[in-house]
Design a protein around this ligand. Sequence first.
Ligand code: G3I
Length: 327
Amino acid sequence: MNGVFSEHFTIGGAVNSSTVLGSRELIVKHFGSLTAENEMKPMVIHPRMGSWIPYGADEIANLAREHGMGMRGHTLVWHQQTPGWFFSSMGAQASPEVLLERLEDHFTRMQDRYGDVVYAWDVVNEAISDAPGEFLRPSPYLEILGEDYIEEAFRLAKRIMPDAKLYYNDYSVLDPAKQDKIYTLLSGLLEKGVPIDGIGFQGHWNIYFPDSRTLERGIQRFAALGLDVQITELDVSVYRHEDRATRLKEPTPEILELQADRYREIFQTLVNNSQYVSNVTFWGVADDKTWLDNFPVSGRKNWPLLFAEDHSPKPAYYAVVEAAGGN
Ligand code: G3I
């Protein structure tokens, strides 16, 4: 049975070509939804103009199909992992028309190949700036298409993927200043009738953050706009972002307990608000492979997931089962 953790929302995981090989058993046992960690991003799908390399994405989509799982499509419009050729034409910056044609072509190919299995798309990822006083993040999309690029991306997605749920996805959604900016963006778009179904809270959190009240307030604030909330990239780092100088050889039992407590509190809050939350996706499978081994400090080991490096369940696993259900 898939999605064993919760009857309240679908539990998913981000997978890649390597974890599909090395962690298949855990994936099939515990997840009811898959996200391709990198394989559906434009940089991987067509790194050069005219190239079309969907093999990694195919492998993940086939695993999902084989086991009756759905997929969250990640991600269509992002300032990272999009190849430079998208934004240039004959040695100069591409015109808005050329960029929109490329987006239309990309969206169409993704829909034609994965529309049967992808039920939700992260249409726009991380468009809001972290800098005080700056609203949208500078990016080639903003430069070429102007501030309406977000609206245009959602309208295009609705036309090409009419049956998929469409999400705006971002990190630090619980940071008060950033949350206000995201709220302003999404409420403004919704007022204009832009087809947005939900917000993705990425959920790159740590053993001290977030507390239940902050998480609940964030969920309820966006739900009040009529948006579905999904936790799209959950992991709980053993380091705070600012602890760059700390480097553990291995996680101590105390840290594993703190991590379990944080996961328990997060899942209790999600269950208490489950009428607003439809999916919770972990950003990885087990601690042997996590993007946090290279972020924010390159080469520093981290242990943010529910399963240890040898794939045995950690205290965090039992805490989630206790809070959300499952076995
Ligand atoms: O595939 C190449 C490999 O050929 C090369 O040898 C190696 C050398 O560095 O790089 C490999 O590519 C890496 C790729 O992951 C696949 O492992 C890239 O350098 C690396 O930058 C890339 O990182 C990904 C990152 O997005 C890109 O910004 C992470 O795996 C992925 O977890 C991360 O995911 C993002 C979400 O999409 C959006 N939200 C934040 C989240 C974490 O950053």
